[in-house]
Design a protein around this ligand. Structure first.
Ligand code: SF4
Ligand code: SF4
Length: 436
């Protein structure tokens, strides 16, 4: 069988300290949760409750406030005991509700009612998905209702792509969702197909995901969906949107497909769409991978949003070594955080605790000119040269040499024996250049 891959560079990213993603466990419910009003790409949701108010599980506590903003729901029943300004993993400061859990659960442990959606219009699905606060559950967290609205105004061809590439061991939560909830993922894809009218649906997968993909394809048949299967090499960073597009071009040619604009969605996002529409359930929990060499037990947990990462780590047996770096997201591209009270949000895919040994010392040394960074850059840049230009205060030359093409994948930084912060410098320049 022909396997497709992007043209150059990349890494075989393996990490024995990441969970395997075969299954997930339910995390303890948090006695105290911290629920930020920014868990999405845009402005904070407008707060609807105050200190002393009681909240119920799934109650709307923050209303999305314009483009890029999304509704926020209480994830446990309880009382708001404090309002705080919280620094989020991505550095933004958000107002957050500190909730002490008390009272009974409206949803947990109750039989799940299901709701028909097959007769709903795209506009109704957009409204429902928006009300339930569903966002793209990685990256910046773009609200899905915004995307559906944009696509409804746009006639161009597009393709829904289910991301099951597994090129990053820290996407273990998505692997677990695909294995455990393939039918829900398939139905989430069918719901989005109705809302977004794509020309095609494609499942981009690596061989290791085949079992979950087969279950997904089987479940999709009941919605008369027959997604095309694109076998991809599990080479990091294959999941990245630009490289996915590059990789799927020859696939589309071979199959005679006109894919148009690609709309990649993770299994977690598609399962959240299913929960929102079929189960009428707001987005109040997510799967995340927890591990790293400083943590006793690596595992995939289903945690309520607002659970503090310190509580999650305690549930995994606590630390076995002093953590020198705590990362929210994949260690290559995630955010370093200093606070164990940092909450799990809609876009928290992983939490990684690394010892000094794992990070191999953090002091950069001078470049030794080995060229390893050039060999792995998937967009063909010269990270060594770009880094030196940026450091020398010559950003215009860095831009002329393609700094703006950087996709911030961190392949260069991962292989650099001198531990130079290549991704941070070049990725930041790409951002600034784009905004200039
Ligand atoms: S972070 Fe940028 S420069 Fe470095 S390998 Fe990735 S694309 Fe290339
Ligand atoms: S990998 Fe690091 S040490 Fe080697 S050339 Fe690139 S920047 Fe220099």
């Amino acid at each position: 069988m022909k396997t497709y891959r992007f043209k150059r560079g990349g890494l075989a990213f393996e990490d024995r300290t990441a969970p395997d993603g075969c299954s997930s466990s339910i995390a303890y419910l948090p006695a105290i949760s911290v629920l930020p009003l920014i868990q999405h790409a845009g402005p904070a949701a407008r707060r609807l409750v105050d200190v002393g108010d009681r909240v119920s599980e799934g109650m709307l506590v923050g209303r999305g406030d314009g483009h890029g903003s999304a509704n926020v729901h209480a994830t446990v029943p309880g009382r708001v005991i404090r309002l705080a300004h919280w620094r989020m993993a991505d550095g933004r400061v958000s107002e957050a509700l500190v909730i002490r859990m008390e009272g009974s659960f409206a949803r947990l442990g109750r039989p799940k009612e299901t709701f028909a959606w097959e007769g709903m219009s795209p506009a109704d699905l957009q409204r429902l998905i928006g009300e339930r606060g569903v966002v793209v559950m990685e990256g910046a967290g773009r609200p899905l209702a915004d995307l559906i609205g944009e696509l409804r105004r746009d006639e161009k061809a597009r393709t829904i792509v289910v991301q099951a590439v597994g090129d990053d061991p820290w996407s273990a939560a998505d692997r677990a969702v695909l294995h455990e909830r393939a039918a829900a993922v398939a139905e989430g894809m069918a719901i989005l197909a109705r809302a977004m009218s794509p020309a095609a649906c494609v499942v981009a997968y690596a061989q290791a995901q085949r079992r979950g993909v087969d279950a997904l394809v089987g479940a999709a048949e009941s919605f008369k969906l027959k997604p095309a299967l694109a076998p991809l090499a599990a080479r990091y960073p294959q999941h990245q949107k630009r490289l996915l597009g590059e990789t799927l071009k020859p696939f589309a040619r071979d199959r005679g497909l006109d894919l148009g604009r690609l709309l990649p969605f993770s299994p977690s996002t598609l399962a959240a769409v299913y929960d929102a529409v079929r189960l009428n359930s707001p987005l109040i929990e997510r799967c995340l991978a927890l591990g790293g060499d400083a943590v006793k037990h690596k595992q995939v947990l289903r945690a309520r949003l607002g659970t503090r990462i310190g509580d999650i780590i305690a549930e995994c047996g606590g630390f076995v070594a002093e953590p020198q770096r705590l990362v929210v997201g994949s260690p290559l591209t995630g955010w370093t955080v200093a606070d164990l009270d940092t909450p799990v949000t809609k876009t928290t895919t992983a939490v990684v605790a690394l010892s000094r040994e794992a990070i191999g010392g953090s002091t950069p040394r001078p470049c030794m000119g080995c060229g390893d960074c050039r060999g792995v850059c998937p967009v063909g840049l010269d990270p060594e040269r770009l880094y030196k230009l940026i450091l020398a205060g010559r950003p215009a030359e860095a831009d002329a040499d393609g700094a703006g093409q950087c996709i911030a994948c961190a392949c260069c930084a991962a292989v650099c024996p001198s531990r130079l912060p290549l991704r941070a410098a070049i990725g930041l320049r790409a951002d600034r250049g784009a905004k200039a």
